[in-house]
Design a binder for this molecule. Structure first.
Ligand code: 2AM
Ligand code: CA
Ligand code: CA
Ligand code: CA
Length: 267
């Protein structure tokens, strides 16, 4: 079946901008905050309303497209056949609540399993990062240059400090040599923004042991489009039907870090 990618992209851009406007309009209002799997796993009425906004728009225009959304208002997805919109209505909810910045809307559009359109909207700055596979990545109207190689000793690595303290998910000691050898570390608290920072070269790599498809669906399309690498922490392909660890990086650096720092991890 043929798909009109340009048309889908145009709708997606208009909707993400309008959803962003609605989020900005919500800033003066009181948020309704609840927690999900644990007391720090937060959701607000704005996360939910934003996801529902996209579902209404997509189903109204493309009734045969499927939607996988974090807040659960989309479809039960068991296969990636056809057109699947993978949506995180607010990535960085904790930042949204505490800071009203450092969060984004993330939408990855997959066709028969292949990432074709990626959109990440930094709502507060009105900065839309977008790409159609094969056509480059743009920040608003401006093309983003291809990524170049970097050395570990000159790189900035994004990771959450949780993973270098004792934790139940990974052997935290494994990351200590890497954290010592890089030029600096950063932690922004939004996987989508961290991936946009890799795409734009503001940081050189980002890694984390466990994310959901909606956290990464858009960002990995952009990073690959720019010649960067996007795999799990073992260097293997990412699967949009399950949780993955994530390691995204400039080219060259990715192989160096995998071989010299990550190969003994049980990720
Ligand atoms: P979220 O804000 O959409 O939940 C924070 O380091 C990053 O991890 C954010 O991108 C956040 O996405 C994501 N994340 C995924 N699962 C999480 C969870 N259970 N609790 C907190 N953050 C989570
Ligand atoms: Ca969440
Ligand atoms: Ca998220
Ligand atoms: Ca979210």
């Amino acid at each position: 079946m043929g798909y009109n990618l340009k048309e889908i992209d145009t709708y997606a851009k208009n909707w993400i901008k309008e959803a962003g406007e609605n989020i900005r309009a919500s800033f003066p209002k009181t948020l309704n905050v609840t927690s999900k799997s644990n007391p720090n796993d937060l959701v607000t009425d704005i996360d939910q309303a934003t996801e529902q906004y996209f579902i209404n728009k997509i189903k109204g225009t493309y009734p045969d497209h499927k939607i996988l959304g974090e807040e659960g208002y989309g479809d039960e997805i068991t296969s990636l056949s056809g057109v699947v919109w993978i949506i995180d209505p607010i990535d960085g909810t904790m930042n949204f609540i505490h800071q009203q910045r450092n969060f984004a809307i993330s939408i990855g559009i997959y066709i028969d399993g292949e990432g074709m359109i990626g959109l990440i909207y930094d709502v507060v700055h009105d900065e839309l990062y977008h790409c159609i596979k094969g056509n480059g990545v743009y920040l608003n109207e401006k093309p983003i240059p291809q990524l170049t190689e970097a050395k570990v000793s000159e790189s900035i690595l994004a990771l959450n400090a949780t993973w270098v303290a004792p934790n139940k998910r990974i052997d935290h000691q494994l990351l200590i040599p890497l954290v010592k050898d890089v030029r600096g570390t950063r932690s922004y608290g939004s996987a989508a923004m961290e991936m946009v920072y890799v795409a734009t070269g503001r940081i050189d790599a980002y890694m984390t042991p466990r994310l959901a498809p909606w956290d990464i669906a858009a960002g990995i399309i952009m990073i690959k489009e720019l010649g960067g690498e996007a795999t799990d922490l073992r260097g293997e392909e990412l699967d949009m039907l399950k949780q993955n660890s994530l390691f995204v990086s400039k080219p060259g650096l990715h192989g160096d870090i995998l071989r010299n720092y990550l190969k003994d991890g049980k990720w």
